[in-house]
Ligand binder design. Sequence first.
Ligand code: FPP
Length: 239
Amino acid sequence: MADTQRKIPAHVAIIMDGNGRWAKKRGLPRTMGHAQGAKVVEQILEDADHMGIRYLTVYAFSTENWTRPGTEVKALMNLLRTYMKTSLAKCAKNNVRIRVIGDKSRLDPDLQDSIRTLEEATKNNTGIGFQIAINYGSRDEITRAVRKIAQKTAAGELRPEDITEETISDALDTAGIPDPDLLIRTCGEERLSNFLMWQLSYSEMYFTDTAWPDFTKEELEKAVDAYNHRERRFGGLTQ
Ligand code: FPP
């Protein structure tokens, strides 16, 4: 498709699957797969930005991932720690705005601090919005949102009959960010795994067998091409 005709999705969400399998195939520890995966995230963020994608959201650590062996959890947290610390200068240079979604209260205090610093330092940037889901689960996010709304109704600030879909969207961690147009999941699995279940209601889904550490700009282009061949009707009829 000619570039002039191609629609670029405003928001792309990615379930980065297959780090462990990628490492195992090479006889490496699983944590090496995550380390390579983290490098790929940085490259894809740049590629997405150059392609004109306005928001990129990645699933880095789910509420269920705590059940993995302690060493793997630690390695993932260390990768995220390093990312938060080393990204300040890069985000300033590339005009990237960072938001971490998920329940941050369970993270180590130093990681919470570096997340706060990075979010604060990048909040006025006007380039691509990069959302990193850490200790994120859609059911947990919706539960926390319902709690916030219930507190407002209990305090007499909001009448139950005034609760709309917008009230709920605004109480989610993704408040103010448009819903994803396209969801990509790598390494052959075709499930949502508790990721953005409210926000993905009308998103197009793209699945590839490529493991996340092997994901490239060409793969992203392929996903965008596939998106261009979908007809989005949002529950309506074809014209
Ligand atoms: C799924 O692969 C991947 C994860 C649970 C972690 C994803 C995290 C990263 C790529 C690092 C994030 C870093 C930044 C900077 C945002 P898996 O381990 O479930 O793979 P498997 O299914 O092959 O075992």
